[in-house]
Design a protein around this ligand. Sequence first.
Ligand code: ADP
Ligand code: 5GP
Length: 189
Amino acid sequence: MLVVTGPSGAGKGTLIRELLRRVPEVEVTVSATTRERRPGEENGREYWFLPRDEFQRRIDAGDFLEWVEYVSGHRYGTLRSELGRIRDAGHLPLLELETEGALRVKEDVRDAVTIFISAPVEELERRLTERATESAGEIGERIELARRQLLQADEFDYVIENDDLGAAVDKLTELVRNLLAPAATMPRR
Ligand code: ADP
Ligand code: 5GP
């Protein structure tokens, strides 16, 4: 499986969307979350939006590969059933996770390939403000967390700087194509 991680606003969602258009073998797991749905999001497409008691029930049932409590007390987790669904379709699962969950998967899943998407913290703040999907308070919390997450970049297999979007998309695409090819050539750090 592939794991894409990095701070909020780094461009994970944007890069993944572009990757999917170029590499059809890749399919993104639909995470479960207790956070509010944003305008335009659909249950079962961006996330499975679960009430907190249902999320807890699925934790107790052992249904999650990993889960975390993120800023503002919202929970996010990867359902094991998502991996089964994607593999049964003959596709490669891609997980988009914050860094704590990504490190947990790296530890637990030997052949997971982890990719950290990075950008300077001032730029993250600018992008989140412009994206305007969270309140000023929550953006502040995400930025505080981002400062710590940026220090963890070296713990992942690959780091992609998302400065020029086109160049970052090309790098991610090349990396994933190399991983899918029988003779992967890109050296792993
Ligand atoms: P994440 O999923 O990591 O939180 P998003 O993909 O939602 O980040 O990107 C955050 C915001 O920054 C979005 O509004 C997106 O359009 C914008 N963005 C993404 N990549 C770049 C880039 N290279 N340069 C400028 N803006 C970008
Ligand atoms: P957002 O609220 O912006 O959609 O996501 C907030 C953060 O949660 C992002 O950094 C995203 O990568 C992370 N995230 C989304 N789904 C999961 C998940 O299933 N597990 C973990 N650990 N993090 C997730």
